[in-house]
Design a protein around this ligand. Sequence first.
Ligand code: AMP
Ligand code: MG
Length: 425
Amino acid sequence: MKTIEQIAAELQGYDPQALSAERVNQFLAQLVEPVTATETVGVFEALGRVLAQDVVSPISVPPHDNSAMDGFGFHSSQLLPGQPLSLRVVGTAFAGKAWQGTVAAGECLKIMTGAIMPPELDTVVPLEFVKAQGELIEIPPGVVSAGDNRRLLGEDLTAGQPALRRGQTLGPAALGLIASLGLPGVEVVRKLKVAYFSTGDEILSLGEPLREGAVYDSNRYTVFGLLTRMGVEVIDMGVIKDEPAALEAAFRQAAHEADAIITSGGVSMGEADHTKAMMKQLGDVAFWRIAMRPGRPMAVGRIEERGKSAALFGLPGNPVAVMVTFLAFVRPALQRLMGCQACEPVLLKAHSAEALRKKPGRTEYQRGVVSRGADGSLRVRTTGNQGSGVLRSMVEANGLIVLHHGQGNVAVGDEVDVMMFDGVI
Ligand code: AMP
Ligand code: MG
């Protein structure tokens, strides 16, 4: 593992006092290494987990040609342009068991959705398109073409081919796919453990009476929610008072138990507290000022305890800054730790409903409400007050407008990037 100093030396344009958001992510990608331990879990337990190995299909899906509709199966060579086709029905094939017999020229087979297609048939005409009279049916001209409504063997998956790739986060569709292969379970990366605590003498835990100058701890709850959505194991360490002994014990325990530690508060310039000092004392830590808004100060590094090391993310204290720095930096870093590949959020483009003031030279994350305009295109407005302590604005928003480092003012109607919250927050 590289030290903070080594990573910093290798990173072009590294300036801890004015780091761009892009540099932060490049730095963090060097700081964290994917966990290698894996475990085998059942299909239900695999939801949200990261696949540790390619899943190779042991069978072809579907395992045989079958009908995609309830209808009549026949061979298309008998279709003549502009002419109806009359056929005699010789039997009925149901899903779940093979129909015994053969279908000759001039004949057809009544066939249900999912039933095996006998090899001599290549096309299914849906029931509703034909005129039936006793044993005879008539297919009107133009209602069906060769190959229609036939699902081919292996069209979903072919035996021996990778059905899922390692590094993929397993969602509902992947669970279904794994089950469709008849596999009882899959090998996934072991769950990440993330410890978090809030710092600051003014921070109250729930249940404590409100006193002057104090605020209730909200960061632990947002961090809990964000982590839980990522499917990691959380270790909640509460609010830690600004006392060296308490901080030391918390950092040591967290480093011993977790893969990553997330703290909030105590990392800004003017802090007279012990949090930064303790991070420095116990770990290899850099203190940054990031060219972004909200969320300028941040501490990152590694803390070691009894031969075990944990990545440290010391987030600012402001409640919105915590969420924004989490989404912008911590989440991608944790995903990398989890062995997740190609999991960056897709940014949408929306037309700004308002003019936005923006200085080039820093990345701004504004809380936005995305909706569909009258013309069907996406539009986004801000939630108003963008103060970094206004958590209400995060609740009202359904995404973050990302105004990139080099970007300047935005005019009404300009397209902006939006990171949607859906599935993340
Ligand atoms: P700091 O980064 O410690 O200077 O904190 C910045 C602001 O965030 C201060 O107004 C703190 O009171 C507030 N803050 C810090 N930690 C929390 C927390 N856990 N919950 C709510 N507000 C907090
Ligand atoms: Mg503080």
